[in-house]
Unconditional design. Structure first.
Length: 66
């Protein structure tokens, strides 16, 4: 490992230090809440569509993860 890099150990659950946790919270809250899907394929398709929507909203992503 290069000498100019220092590893920091994170606690097992630290959402405030892990920005993608907030992104998953947004995904669960806005796109997956109160939904019953018939198969894992429908879930996968639904999540992919939701991620596509989030991909087209960079300002929202910056506000969530920044």
């Amino acid at each position: 490992m290069p000498k100019n890099i220092r590893l920091l150990c994170l606690s097992p659950y630290s959402p405030e230090l892990n920005p993608q946790e907030r992104l998953w919270d947004e995904l669960r809250e806005k796109y997956l809440r109160n939904r019953v899907l018939d198969s894992i394929y429908m879930l996968e398709n639904h999540v992919l569509n939701a991620l596509g929507d989030l991909e087209n909203a960079p300002t929202l992503i910056n506000s969530i993860t920044g």
